[in-house]
Ligand binder design. Structure first.
Ligand code: ADP
Ligand code: MG
Length: 702
């Protein structure tokens, strides 16, 4: 019998546990597993044997090269390929790969963003094997390459990547959560890990049309474009039936992801036309992060095979929804307990309530940091607009938990509201049991059954930042809790007192209403919740005394590392806006203005030749259009000159914060001023003259 395609291909390109069990001598496999579980240092002899097995497996699958695959601060992955060829005295080539090559690589660090760490330290950078994330094979035009997930750090050990702080934060939260579990009598819990399931939104557009838009090519989003006659107002795209071309993309995508052991699970159309989503089954934070990077990469690659382009930008099109990433996050013990699972009677589940209280406190005390962790220049177009969650961080708990929190604050917890039965009024339909909690799509941080869903993330972001932030701030609260509870003489009453005190102090962060409403903005301000509108304004919180103390206490990032990250954030912001401004200047000067000149000339020619042929003919339409277009053309030229002027002025600003603020406050408004007349022209200029595909072409013609 033919097997299902999932069974045939799943994990085929991964050096996973099963392969290791087959390939490694029993004792080596055992001690390797032990290292992995205990988190102890890796024995070099073991590394040699693993490297050999890995090489044999990769060669069997046709690999010619290996690479240390890492995640520098650019937010995308990096790799340098080496072939397995080694210098040999014989004329036949010898293929080698040692434990040393597996464990350590040395790419030159000097061309990656280091935010000043390089000025003070060496240019040398090292990649170190992350054995907690399996190696995999990548097949492309370069052939087959063995990819080894690694962390990337400087000569003196500073983190230069997104993975190192994530791994450190996982250790931090594990350490503190284990202490708490001991207090509850769970002495068998040795390790706690974070599970993450990121939902990925994206757009697909026709590649030929994409290639005619310099803005999409250079900046990933349309910098000009009048709205199409139709947008998303009919709600007919969301969960709609999937177009054939998109469906065949999804089929290919799934197969490629399954081969890499990525648990691609859900796919559907999203709210905006041409927008879609993929969600995998959750895995450990570190693996989920590696996988999400691969998901984005594979989406782009597979799209091209279908002559499509996958847009991962947060806001590719004005006027319709942009894309985000929902980061589903929970904490699970090595014995299989989900610490955010409320169980049937949450009001009696003290352990759950304590972890819940820790998350509430951590989020309330570090809302600014979470806001920053979800930010990139693209996401500034979404947060605060009427689609993504608002820029204000609040927590949605749902009816059941909110009721329990109220009972705790009142001082008498006695019940949990139960999910009732759903009666559709139709006898042939089954009676459904309702969840205890309805959904709230407007909350940036929502409790959804047995996990929190952090919904603020930009679609193109690496999920490492949001997750190490979350892990670290929760670890810090758990440490404080553990310190207090370990010192208490009566644990039961101390823990109840602690939960009550915490939720009372931090109830202001809990909000179950509509996060999009104006009332909420006013209410949040009254509660003292921060409303940070842009990424640039959030960056200073990364280097506040409070953040530095917290991150150093948890051994996740040092002051120097945090400072370097703040610099990199400013730099990324400035460079992004600069590229957008330069692209607009290019398109306006070389495409739009010449096209409009051609059009107004044709109008003038028409008026002239008609009046010559028939002096009494009515040319009022041409006249009106000619006047209107000419005046918009003049406005365009003025706005273009201004944008050129202000982008030149940037050089006078000091790099870092001052420069980023200038881009936000001066360059960005000048870009909008250039877009406005061109979008207006697009609505009246003869289509045959328009130099680029329109929103209608891009969004509806796949
Ligand atoms: P929804 O649209 O309702 O949010 P999806 O199925 O699109 O649901 O996404 C839910 C995501 O949450 C999936 O990636 C799923 O694997 C993940 N998830 C479920 N349980 C957990 C958990 N305990 N920890 C982390 N992620 C989880
Ligand atoms: Mg979701």
């Amino acid at each position: 019998m033919e097997t299902n395609v999932i069974e045939q291909v799943f994990g085929k390109d991964v050096f996973n546990d099963e392969v290791m069990q087959q390939k490694l001598p029993k004792d080596v496999y055992k001690s390797w597993k032990k290292t992995l579980e205990s988190g102890e240092d890796l024995d070099p002899d073991i590394a040699n044997v693993v490297a050999h097995a890995m090489k044999e497996w990769a060669l069997e699958h046709g690999a010619t090269h290996y690479t240390h695959w890492f995640q520098p601060m650019t937010g995308v992955t990096a790799e340098k390929h080496d072939s397995f060829l080694s210098p040999a005295t014989k004329s036949t080539p010898v293929l080698e790969f040692s434990g040393k090559e597996l464990i350590k690589g040395e790419p030159d660090a000097s061309s990656f963003p280091s935010g000043g760490l390089r000025a003070t330290f060496e240019a040398r950078g090292y990649t170190a094997w992350d054995c907690t994330s399996p190696a995999f094979l990548r097949e492309d035009a370069a052939g087959v390459t063995l990819c080894i997930p690694t962390a990337f750090c400087s000569y003196t050990g500073e983190a230069l990547d997104k993975k190192t702080p994530l791994l450190r934060s996982m250790e931090a939260i594990s350490k503190q959560a284990v202490r708490i579990m001991k207090l509850f009598g769970y002495n068998d819990v040795k390790k706690v890990s974070c599970s993450v399931g990121p939902e990925q939104e994206y757009f697909l557009v026709d590649r030929d049309k994409y290639l005619q838009r310099k803005d999409l090519i250079f900046s990933g989003r349309t910098l000009f474009g009048a709205p199409a006659p139709k947008g998303q107002e009919l709600d007919d795209h969301y969960f709609g039936s999937i177009k054939e071309r998109v469906a065949s993309f999804m089929k290919d995508l799934n197969e490629e992801l399954w081969k890499l052991g990525i648990l691609s699970k859900t796919q559907h159309n999203e709210v905006a036309p041409a927008q879609h989503e993929m969600a995998p089954i959750f895995s450990t934070a570190n693996i989920a992060t590696d996988h999400n990077q691969l998901v984005m990469e594979v989406m782009k690659k597979v799209a091209k095979r279908h002559n499509l382009e996958c847009l991962l930008h947060e806001k590719p099109f004005a006027g319709v929804n942009g894309s985000g990433k929902h980061n589903n996050w929970s904490i699970v013990t090595d014995t299989g307990i989900n610490l955010l699972d409320p169980g049937k009677k949450p009001h009696e589940n003290t352990k759950f309530l304590l972890f819940l209280a820790a998350v509430i406190k951590a989020v309330d005390e570090n809302a600014e940091l979470l806001r920053l962790s979800a930010s990139n220049p693209g996401n500034d177009h979404r947060l605060g607009a009427n689609e993504a969650p608002p820029a204000i961080i609040s927590i949605f708990l749902g009816e059941q938990l909110e009721d329990i929190i109220e009972q705790i604050i009142r001082g008498n917890v006695s019940s949990s509201i139960d999910g009732s039965q759903l009666d559709t009024g139709v006898h042939v339909l089954p009676v459904l049991k309702k969840d205890a909690t309805d959904r709230n799509r407007t909350s940036p941080f929502a409790f959804t059954g047995n996990k929190f869903e952090f919904r603020m993330l930009g679609s193109s972001l690496s999920i490492a930042g949001p997750n190490f932030t979350l892990n670290t701030i929760v670890a810090d609260v758990l440490q404080e809790f553990a310190d207090e509870l370990e010192a208490a003489s009566d644990f039961d009453s101390a823990v109840k007192d602690l939960i009550k005190r915490t939720v009372t102090e931090h109830q202001k962060i809990i909000f179950n209403g509509n996060g999009y409403s104006d009332e909420w903005i006013a209410e949040a301000e009254k509660r003292g919740l921060p409303n940070i509108r842009t990424m640039v304004e959030a960056i200073p919180y990364l280097v506040s005394d409070k953040t530095v103390t917290l991150f150093e206490r948890q051994n996740v990032l040092t002051k120097a590392e945090l400072e370097s990250r703040a610099e990199i954030n400013y730099e990324i912001y400035s460079k992004t806006i600069n590229i957008e401004a330069k692209t607009m200047i290019d398109m306006a000067g070389k495409q739009y203005i010449p096209a409009v000149i051609r059009y107004v000339t044709s109008l003038a020619d028409s008026i002239n030749s008609i009046t010559t042929a028939c002096p009494n003919a009515d040319t009022s339409v041409q006249n009106e259009l000619l006047e209107k277009c000419s005046s918009l053309l003049a406005e365009t030229q003025k706005a273009l000159a201004n944008l050129e002027k202000v982008t030149d002025e940037v050089t006078e600003k000091e790099e870092g914060k001052e420069e980023a603020l200038f881009f936000k406050d001066v360059v960005f408004p000048a870009m909008n001023a250039l877009r406005a007349p061109i979008d207006e022209l697009e609505m009246i200029v003869d289509q045959a003259f328009w130099p680029v595909p329109t929103y209608g072409d891009l969004l509806f013609e796949v």
